[in-house]
Every structure is written in C-alpha cells, then in structure tokens.
Design a protein around this ligand. Sequence first.
Ligand SMILES: N[C@@H](CCC(=O)N[C@@H](CS)C(=O)NCC(=O)O)C(=O)O
Length: 221
Amino acid sequence: MIQLHHCVSARSFRPLWMLEELGLPYELTLHDFPPRVHDDAFLAINPLGTVPAFIDGEVCMTESAAICQYLAERHPEAGLDVASDEPAYGDYLNFLHFGEATLTFPQTLVLRYSQFEPEARRQPQVVEDYSRWFLSRLRTLEPRLETRHWLCAERFTAADVSVGYALLLASYLGLDERFKPHVRDYWARLQAREGFQPALQAQQAAAEDQGISPTASMEGR
Ligand SMILES: N[C@@H](CCC(=O)N[C@@H](CS)C(=O)NCC(=O)O)C(=O)O
C-alpha cells in the first residue's frame, strides 16, 4: 500500500489531496514539524528530513508536485492528468510546477519569520515583503481565472492541486483576504472539490490518533 509521510498543513498535503481525489488506499504517517528534529528515524527514509516522503513499492519520492504528476499519470482514468498529446499539456506542466517553484517559495519565508522562529528572531518586514511578493505572483492567475473554472484543459487536474495547496497555505497565513475576486472564487471552488475536505479530515484524524500537535513550531530546532 502507498505510504505517505506528512506534517499538518505542509506541502505533503498535495499528495494527500491527490490520494483522496483518486480514492486510493494509503497509510498516512504524521510527524511533528520539522521531522528532522523530532524524528531521527525519518532521516533513513528521507535524508533531508522534509515532507512529503511518498513510498509506492520500490518508489520513494520527496517532491510534492512530482508526486502529484506521478499519481495523475498512473491513474489517467480519473482525468487529473493531461497527456502529452493534449493541447493543454504545456499549461498543465507549467502550473503544476508554478504551484511549488513560484508560489510556495515566498510563503515559506512568511511562515518562517511570522510563526516558526522564536519571538526574538521574527522579522515583520520580511513577512510583509514576501507576503506582497507572493500576492503579486498571483497576477498570472487572476486574468486566467476570469474565463476558466480550472487552470487548464477545462477540467480539474493535478495542476489545480499544486496551486490549490499554495492558496490553502495563504489562507493559513491570513493572506486570502488579499486575494483578487477571480482567485477568491477559484479558492472557494477548490475547497468544494470532493477530495479536499476528506484530505483535511484524514490529516486531523491521523494527527489525533498518532499524538501529533496540529500546530507547528521551529522552537529548539
Ligand atoms: N520542494 C519540496 C519541498 C519539501 C519541503 O521543504 N517540505 C517542508 C514542509 S512544507 C519541510 O519538510 N520542512 C522541514 C525542514 O526543512 O526540515 C516539495 O515540494 O515537496
């Protein structure tokens, strides 16, 4: 069975959401954040100590967008993949990677310097600068979503999961109040997807069962 190592609200939510969308069986292991500090044994699975770590038989993957691509391509019947001979293939790959490489990066700085660092090391200026940087990167999405429900191929795909996680993280950071109208509506559609709430519930249930705190901290890292 597929195994997914996850921290509450971390990028590993992307593959968790994909697994729920696809209705696949999986085993979910929750770690306190950051796992490299709280769980030495995890370093044997992923020497970087980051989540996700995704294991499917002999396959072990640690990049959230790549795992979404893998799952979508392995289960084409669900339509979450865009095949290389479809006209939207380029857009699909672009947005799949845009979610992680372009959107999540500035958010990481916001998260770190607003929440994870001890009080004395917090940096309000960094938080505001990178919040604005993140919001300005949504500029690509706003006009696109004026005429579309989903990012490409006229259907919900793994690219929406990738970008959708960045919007989820933005909402945890309180940045959703600054979304423009089409991104705001898109974010509402994403939350109504059939796999989204079950993924949140699976995360919550696993955290409770496994004694993992639902909040993250970098104290003592
Ligand atoms: N590019 C990777 C980044 C993985 C990553 O940095 N994960 C974060 C959680 S969102 C993590 O585990 N950080 C803990 C650490 O850096 O020790 C992905 O998309 O999966």
